[in-house]
Write a protein of this length. Structure first.
Length: 441
């Protein structure tokens, strides 16, 4: 058994026993109360699932196994000469709750290189699609096409014991994560560069190799950006749509390929991951309308107000949970301050950061007027030559796979059941309210 799998088995077995005993003693204890507004409001804020890999605080932001993004940048192993954390290290941390050593991260990096061979039929599936097919459609179809090699599905058909579900899921997770950069880069090159593909460089780490295969620039800074990007987008607790969709599909005992495809389809929604392309699209429209890539704060403020007056939102601002600037935004801003000195678009993003929150606060009804992760990522990608914003969500998806698949391993190890909330009709709600009113009177 490989060292990461063995460590995961030890940790998950111990926690499963602890949770079983806890539920036996306290299973009937009330955790939360659901309001009618939450029933109709997408279950917002209802505590109804366990997600081991990360937790989101409205003020402090995301913590991966208790560690903030600045702490991860300091503590996680890095490539030689680089300041940004390696995503391999974050995956190790999310899976077993320990900051890995350089040696452990190098082992994992080698594992993903050895598992990265993409089935030939997956490339054929992609090549059969029109080139103008949205990149997220291509990613979803590519992931499902690789399901033919699912370890979990094969072993389940042979009569695998329930106690082994986590093991097969771990194998699928490792294989799938290893292949994603190759698949995602293939989608980018066939869609925007006439199928001029770039072979992987196995001397590079997982994120740097992805940057290499994208081929937008040879800059080592872009490899650093990919390491940072793929780390900070990896997980955002379990309630967000892509994480929850992966968990829901996985709870049916669909394998990791089906589950991740479900999560990616959720990520492709404009209210979720697709928002990152909407931000840069809005910025491009603004500078085009203003006739300058160096607008003043006053010009930006006028454009923001006209956007709001037309009934539209400012993309990249606001979050369902956060009530402070997103730490992921701050991490990207810090990267830009260190590596990028002369980008008009980056400077526009910073001016928007100065202008938008006060305007939204003045409306008196916006709970979170601060920037989220999407508000900065597009400007960085444009600087390094990736102007095709319809592809941005694919990058998000490659990163998010790290979190949702490590969480899927935990769901299998802890024996999480089929998710099946109870639904009611609006007629039931009306009758219930009438009964409650009768009781009160």
């Amino acid at each position: 058994m490989d060292p990461l799998k063995q460590k995961f088995q030890e940790k998950s077995s111990a926690l499963a026993k602890k949770l079983k005993a806890m539920l036996k003693e306290h299973g009937g204890q009330k955790v939360d109360e659901v309001t009618l507004k939450q029933v109709f409001g997408g279950m917002r804020g209802v505590k109804s699932m366990v997600w081991e890999t990360s937790q989101l605080d409205p003020i402090e932001g995301i913590r991966f196994r208790g560690y903030s993004i600045p702490e991860l940048r300091e503590l996680l192993p890095k490539a030689a000469g680089d300041k940004e954390p390696l995503p391999e290290g974050l995956f190790w941390l999310m899976l077993v709750g320990e900051i890995p050593t350089d040696e452990q991260v190098n082992w994992l990096c080698d594992q993903w290189k050895n598992r990265s061979n993409v089935p030939e039929h997956t490339f054929k599936v992609l090549d059969a699609l029109p080139k103008d097919t949205h990149p997220m459609t291509q990613l979803s179809m590519a992931i499902v096409s690789m399901q033919t090699g699912s370890v979990f599905s094969g072993r389940y058909a042979e009569g695998m014991r329930k106690s082994e579900y986590w093991d097969a899921t771990y194998e699928d997770t490792m294989n799938l994560i290893a292949r994603l950069p190759r698949v995602a880069a293939y989608i980018y090159r066939r869609t925007y560069h006439n199928g001029d593909h770039i072979n992987p460089d196995f001397s590079l780490d997982w994120a740097a190799n992805f940057a290499h295969m994208l081929g937008t620039t040879d800059s080592p800074d872009f490899k650093s950006l990919m390491r940072l990007y793929l780390t900070i987008h990896a997980d955002h607790e379990g309630g967000n749509a892509s994480a929850h969709a992966t968990h829901l599909v996985g709870s049916t005992l669909s394998d990791a390929y089906y589950a991740l495809a479900g999560g990616m389809n959720a990520l492709a929604g404009p209210l979720h991951g697709l928002a990152n392309q909407e931000v840069i699209k809005w910025i491009f429209k603004m500078v085009d309308a203003l006739g300058t890539t160096k607008p003043t704060r006053e010009q930006i403020a006028d454009y923001v107000k006209s956007t709001l007056a037309s009934g539209r939102v400012i993309p990249g601002y606001g979050h369902a949970v956060l009530r402070q600037p997103d730490p992921r935004f701050t991490a990207q801003k810090r990267f830009a301050e260190e590596y990028i000195k002369d980008s008009d678009i980056v400077n526009v993003v910073w001016k928007i950061f100065d202008v938008v929150p006060p305007i939204l606060q003045s409306l008196g009804k916006v709970k979170n007027p601060w920037p989220n992760v999407d508000s900065h990522s597009g400007a960085l990608l444009v600087y390094y030559g990736m102007k095709e914003y319809s592809y941005y969500t694919v990058l998000f998806g490659v990163s998010r796979a790290l979190g949702v698949l490590s969480a899927l391993c935990w769901s299998r190890a802890l024996g999480m059941p089929l998710e099946r909330p109870k639904s009611v009709t609006s007629e039931w709600v009306t009758e219930w309210l009438e009964k409650e009113a009768g009781v009160e009177s």
